[in-house]
Each structure stands twice: as structure tokens, then as C-alpha cells.
Ligand binder design. Structure first.
Ligand SMILES: [Zn+2]
Length: 297
């Protein structure tokens, strides 16, 4: 079985060498604070394309969705998409690219960003962050983006901050109610909420909300930092296995105490050993669901 990771990130060597200086020169203070803070150690890891491919090979990951980042500037989003396109060109059979989009502007600017991303060979949007990029379900730019993505059958991956939790530095809220508004306004839009949707999945136990959230999916990125492995079984009971997508958040070091360099193996082994999935459930989460979502992979 081939494993497909639905949530990882890629950065250029120039950025990885001096992240803080890079972020300052590109006016990206939130990212600098998150990955290169001055007052605490960072759990960010770095990997070149070759190192990413080696880590995938070591863990049996056949394909990875390279997500963009929720940059605060449209120019940085456009730059990120070029980086992703470079990786896609080098290893088209291993990578699937999603676009960094800044939805804070006009409809025309959002559509232009999407059209350019399409021309680069990308196939979805994300990871976006409503709190950092200053948009919500009523923004003109968001509506244009959602319309465009429905028309092109592109999924959108949104960062979802856990609604309750300790106040870790760099954490910015993403209101759960607004995800519901987005799903209601665009019922055909395939929305992927990162990090298990920040708790939204629980509300699918309300039959009315379950209907409204029918095209909402949840990825497992950063699970080891947030939840115990039993979350897999409990979420299957609440939302069904078909809505869960394996995502790693590579090259984040999701086991910061033991992981010196980023890898996929530790998290995948934990899923195999502790998540208590049947072979069919494992295949759906690790491969089948994202394939279905993308039409073909
Ligand atoms: Zn995220």
C-alpha cells in the first residue's frame, strides 16, 4: 500500500539557512515568531527536497501534498508557489502541490493568484489561516476563492487552532463557528480542516451540523503534539473514517523530545501500533480518502 501524506510543508534553502532574517526581510513577523523565536527553542525542522524524499522513502510514503504557508503578504504566497512548483518539476510522481493564497484582497486579486497557481501545476489551496491572513466567511476574497475552488474542484486546507488548550506562543484563534459558515455558504466546497479541525468534529454529533459539514474533512497533522493516539478511534466513531486524512506537518518535529531531525516514521509507527485501526481503516486514512478527494492522485 502506498501512503500519501496530505499535509506537509516545503521551504527553500535560502529561507532554511537564516529563517529569522529571511522573515524580517519579507515582512512575515508571525512566521518568524512561530519557527524562529528569540525567547524559546523552536520545534521547527528543516529538510531539503532530497532530505524530504529520503524521509518519505524511509517511512513508505509514496506521495506528499506540499502545502503552502499562510503568509501575511500576497508576494510571499506567490514566491512560495514557485518553490512548490520547483519541487513538483523535480519529482512529479512524488509531490502534489497546494497553493499559498492570500484571500485578504479583492476578488480579482484572489482569482489572479489562483489562475497563476493552476498554471504552475498546483491542485488545491492551503494551508490558509483566517486569523493570520485576516479573512473570514464574509470576506469578498474568501468568497471569490471558494467559488473558484468549487468551479475547479480544488480542495482548500485551512489551519484550525484547537478551540481549547494552553496558550502556546504564536497560536492565533480560528473560530469554529466561522468554519460552519464557510461550509454552509459553499456546500460543494471540499474543506480540509487541519489538526482535526480544532474540535469542530465533535459537533458532527448534531445531525443538523453533520449535514452542513458533509464536505468537511479533517487532517491529522501535528497529532503527537496535541492528542493521544486514541483520537483516531474516537474520531472514526464521531465523523466516520472517510473524513479523516493522514497529515504529518513534516518537517515540524512533532516529537520534539526525541526527534532531532524531522521524519515521517515515528508518527506512522505510532498510528500502526497505537491507533487501533483495521487494515481497511488504515488504508482509507493513509491513502484512499485523499485520492478520492483529489479525483486522481
Ligand atoms: Zn497548521
Amino acid at each position: 500500500m502506498k501512503i500519501i501524506d496530505s499535509h506537509s510543508h516545503c521551504y527553500s534553502a535560502e529561507l532554511a539557512t537564516a529563517p529569522r532574517a529571511w522573515a524580517e526581510s519579507h515582512h512575515e513577523p508571525h512566521w518568524a515568531d512561530l519557527v524562529a523565536p528569540l525567547d524559546r527553542p523552536s520545534i521547527q525542522g528543516w529538510a531539503t527536497m532530497e532530505q524530504s524524499l529520503a524521509a518519505m522513502d524511509a517511512a513508505g510514503v509514496q506521495q506528499t501534498v506540499l502545502l503552502g504557508w499562510y503568509w501575511q503578504n500576497e508576494a510571499t504566497c506567490r514566491w512560495q508557489n514557485e518553490v512548490i512548483a520547483g519541487w513538483l518539476q523535480a519529482a512529479p510522481e512524488r509531490f502534489i502541490g497546494f497553493a499559498s493564497i492570500h484571500p485578504g484582497g479583492t476578488a480579482a486579486s484572489v482569482i489572479a493568484q489562483c489562475e497563476h497557481a493552476l498554471s504552475l501545476g498546483l491542485r488545491g489551496v492551503g494551508e490558509l489561516h483566517s486569523g493570520i491572513q485576516h479573512f473570514d466567511s464574509s470576506s469578498v476574497g474568501w468568497h471569490a476563492l471558494a467559488d473558484w475552488c468549487v468551479a475547479h474542484d480544488w480542495p482548500i486546507n485551512l489551519h484550525a487552532t484547537e478551540a481549547v488548550g494552553h496558550d502556546h506562543p504564536g497560536s492565533v484563534p480560528t473560530p469554529l463557528n466561522d468554519f460552519l459558515r464557510m461550509a454552509e455558504a459553499h456546500p460543494e466546497l471540499k474543506l480540509i480542516l487541519a489538526h482535526w479541525g480544532g474540535g469542530l468534529a465533535f459537533f458532527e454529533l448534531n445531525p443538523r451540523l453533520r449535514k452542513a459539514l458533509k464536505n468537511v474533512y479533517y487532517d491529522t497533522s501535528a497529532t503527537p503534539l496535541l492528542y493521544e493516539p486514541s483520537i483516531f478511534r474516537r474520531m472514526i466513531e464521531i465523523i466516520g473514517v472517510e473524513k479523516i486524512l493522514f497529515g504529518s506537518d513534516f518537517p515540524l518535529r512533532v516529537y520534539p523530545r526525541t526527534q532531532k531531525t524531522p521524519d515521517y516514521s515515528m508518527f506512522i509507527e505510532t498510528i500502526q501500533n497505537e491507533a487501533n485501526l483495521s487494515p481497511d481503516e488504515f488504508a482509507a486514512v493513509m491513502q484512499g480518502n485523499i485520492q478520492r478527494l483529489l479525483g486522481k492522485a
